[in-house]
Design a protein around this ligand. Structure first.
Ligand code: AMP
Length: 411
C-alpha cells in the first residue's frame, strides 16, 4: 500500500477543494463509540515501580530564537497570538513551523502541555490568511475533551477572522452535527468514531480536505482507533500534507506512520511530562474494603486541593464519586458513560475549584489541560507502566512538584 499523500507541491494545490457546497444527506446509521474498554484480567503493575522520591526538576527553559512578533507571519495572526498572551514560541512551535510552512509531512513527538496545538494551528492559520482559496484541515483526536480544546484554541487564534471550525464528537446530538455540516469549515476537529459515523451517513465529504492532522496518535492507537483512522485517512486520499503528533514513539507505530506520512520530518521536543522524576510517588497498602475510607481520609487533608482520582472501570469511578460526596467531599466523575456536556461541566467545576476531586477513567482523562492538580490518587494501580506515568504526569506540571499516591491492596 502506498500512502495517498501528494506532498511537495505548492500550497494552493487541491485547496480549492473546500469550495462552498453541502454534502448529500443520508439516513442515520450506527452508533458513536464510547471509546471505553473494560478490563477483565486485572493485573496491576508492581508496587516497587510506583515508589519514587521527587528529584527537583532542573528547569530547562527553552530559549526561543525569536519572539512571535519577529516571525514572518500575517500581522493579523500576530495580533491574535499577542492577544492570547503568547510572546515566545514553545520548542515544538519553533521547530515545527518552517517544515509545516514548507508543506512537509511532520511527525512531532510532543505531549499535551508543550504547545503542540499551537504548533500546527499557527502555520495552518497563516496559510489560510495567505491563501486566496480556502482549504480545509481535518484533525483527528482521541478524546472529546482534546477535540474541544483544539477547536477552542483555533477560535482564540482566529478571533476577528472569518474562519470557522467545527468539532464532531461523540456524546452530542448527531442530528445537530448533520445540520451544522450543511456549511463549510476551515477546520474540522473530530474523534474518529463520530466522524466515521457521519461519513457513513453520507453527510461529511472527506475528499474536500487538503491537510490531515493526527493528534495524540499513540493514544488513538491505544484506544483501538487504528482501523477507523486508517479508513478516514484513506478517504481523505490525495492531500497536501499530513501532520502526526504523538507523545511516544515506539516501533509498533512505525509501519502505520510510514503509511500515513510521506518523507516526514521528525521534530522531537523534550518534555517533563513523559517522565515522573519530579513527582513524589508513594504507595499505600490498604485492605480492599478499607479503600474508600482511606481515600476519604486523604482528601480531608487541606493540602489535597485539587485531586484527580483514577480507577480502572467506569463503574468504580462512579462509585468513588458517590462515596466521596456522601462523605461531604465535593467530587464529580468523568468517564465514557457521561455525556459530553456533563464531562465539560465537571471539568469546569474542577478547574474553578468548586469540587475537590475529579474521578476519572484513563480514557476520559487523556489530553486534559489542567495545570494545577495537586495530587493524583490511583484508587487502583493501572496494569501498564506507560499508563501509570501518564496518570501521575497530570500533577507536577508547569515546573511544580507533584504528589502521586497509589493504593495497593494487601495480599
Ligand atoms: P498544548 O500542549 O497545545 O495542549 O498547550 C498547552 C497550553 O500551553 C495551552 O493552555 C496553550 O494555550 C498554552 N500555550 C501554547 N503555546 C504557548 C506559547 N507560545 N506561550 C504561552 N502559552 C502557550
Amino acid at each position: 500500500m502506498s500512502n495517498k499523500n501528494s506532498g511537495g507541491r505548492g500550497r494552493s494545490k487541491n485547496r480549492s477543494k473546500a469550495s462552498k457546497g453541502r454534502g448529500p444527506a443520508g439516513k442515520p446509521r450506527g452508533k458513536g463509540r464510547s471509546g471505553q474498554r473494560q478490563k477483565h484480567n486485572y493485573k496491576p503493575i508492581a508496587a516497587e515501580l510506583m515508589i519514587h522520591e521527587a528529584v527537583p526538576v532542573k528547569e530547562v527553559e527553552y530559549e526561543a530564537e525569536k519572539k512571535f512578533d519577529d516571525w514572518d507571519i500575517h500581522p493579523r495572526l500576530k495580533r491574535a497570538i499577542e492577544a492570547a498572551g503568547w510572546t515566545y514560541p514553545t520548542e515544538i512551535q519553533e521547530k515545527a513551523f518552517e517544515h509545516i510552512v514548507a508543506l512537509k509531512d511532520v511527525m512531532g513527538i510532543a505531549t499535551t502541555g508543550t504547545g503542540k496545538t499551537g504548533a500546527f494551528l499557527i502555520p495552518i492559520i497563516d496559510a489560510l490568511l495567505a491563501e486566496e482559496q480556502p482549504f480545509q484541515t481535518i484533525c483527528l483526536a482521541p478524546t472529546r475533551e482534546l477535540a474541544l480544546q483544539i477547536e477552542q484554541e483555533f477560535a482564540m487564534l482566529t478571533k476577528k477572522m472569518k474562519f470557522s471550525a467545527l468539532s464532531l464528537i461523540g456524546g452530542r446530538n448527531i442530528k445537530q452535527d448533520i445540520k451544522k455540516l450543511e456549511w463549510d469549515y476551515n477546520l474540522i476537529v473530530a474523534t474518529p468514531g463520530r466522524i466515521k459515523d457521519l461519513h457513513g451517513q453520507g453527510v461529511v465529504d472527506l475528499t474536500k480536505a487538503s491537510v490531515l492532522i493526527l493528534d495524540e496518535f499513540d493514544r488513538m492507537l491505544d484506544m483501538g482507533f487504528q482501523k477507523d483512522v486508517t479508513f478516514l485517512a484513506d478517504q481523505i486520499g490525495d492531500r497536501d500534507q499530513t501532520l502526526l503528533f504523538s507523545a511516544t514513539l515506539d516501533k509498533t507505530q512505525q509501519k502505520l506512520i510510514d503509511y500515513f506520512l510521506k518523507d516526514p520530518v521528525k521534530v522531537q521536543v523534550s518534555s517533563g511530562e513523559a517522565s515522573a522524576e519530579h513527582i513524589n510517588q508513594t504507595v499505600q497498602y490498604v485492605e480492599r474494603d478499607e479503600k474508600f475510607g482511606a481515600l476519604i481520609e486523604l482528601l480531608k487533608n487541606p493540602e489535597f486541593k485539587r485531586t484527580l482520582v483514577f480507577a480502572e472501570t467506569k463503574h468504580r469511578v462512579k462509585k468513588i464519586a458517590k462515596k466521596l460526596n456522601q462523605a461531604g467531599i465535593a467530587a464529580d466523575e468523568i468517564h465514557g458513560n457521561k455525556s459530553q456536556n456533563y464531562r465539560q461541566k465537571a471539568l469546569a467545576k474542577f478547574k474553578q475549584g468548586k469540587i475537590k476531586a475529579l474521578c476519572a477513567t484513563d480514557v476520559a482523562a487523556r489530553g486534559l489541560d489542567i495545570d494545577d492538580i495537586t495530587h493524583v490518587v490511583n484508587f487502583e494501580a493501572p496494569t501498564d507502566y506507560d499508563v501509570y506515568i501518564h496518570r501521575v504526569g497530570r500533577t507536577g506540571r508547569a515546573g511544580r512538584t507533584g504528589e502521586a499516591i497509589t493504593f495497593v491492596e494487601k495480599e
